[in-house]
Design a protein around this ligand. Sequence first.
Ligand code: GSH
Length: 244
Amino acid sequence: MRTLYGIGYSPWTEKARWALDHHRVEYRYREHTPLLGELALRWRTPKGSRPSVPLLVEDDGATTGSFAIARRAEARGQGAPLFPEAALPTIQRWEAVSDRVLAIGRSSVVRRMAGSSAVQRETLPGFIPGPLRGVFAPSAAMGARFIASKHRADSDPDAALRETVLPALEQLRAELHGRPYLEGGFTYADVTASAMVQLVEPVADRWLPLGPAMRETWRHEALTSAFPDLVEWRDALYAKHRQP
Ligand SMILES: N[C@@H](CCC(=O)N[C@@H](CS)C(=O)NCC(=O)O)C(=O)O
């Protein structure tokens, strides 16, 4: 059975799931637990690739990275293409920006996670029963620190937000210019660019469920006030193109 390993709150995992669902590719989803799941992740990752999720494991091999998984979904699945030839330069440009912005988001989230036992409890694996979640919360904090060191988290995520995220969102606003799509129709450029809006205001639980503490951790009040149009754009994309 085709299996996608991911992290439920990660926008990279969401990009891969969106593409797989768009192309109606069947798969089962398995949650990856940072640190605890590292050995299994390394074992499943193809030689020469960096072990990270999302990771798609199929009978004939494994694909790592949201972009490669989305392309694989397009090759395997059905429905309107997300990677039309003419849109490739736009898609690749926004993919690079999105990857950098999401890395800053991860740095910011893992830093906040390390100091919040509420977020730590929410991100523990589901099999840990309610009364024990407080006891196990520090293991989630260790997982967050592990991610920070493995992915070399920005030492000053707030500065990176100002210097990189803000201009990226302004650029997105300018390029959209009030239109529903970055290209003539819905493409992966919209999927990858809209993932950045998760740092502004996480999308509703209906699409990507988050615990209340994790939701607050992603959200940036100043960005929410500055970019309501991008939140509206992202929500309209989800309403039209994302199956719950
Ligand atoms: N460029 C990659 C980035 C993937 C990535 O950074 N994944 C992180 C998400 S936090 C991860 O795997 N973290 C868990 C771990 O490394 O154990 C993509 O598009 O999928």
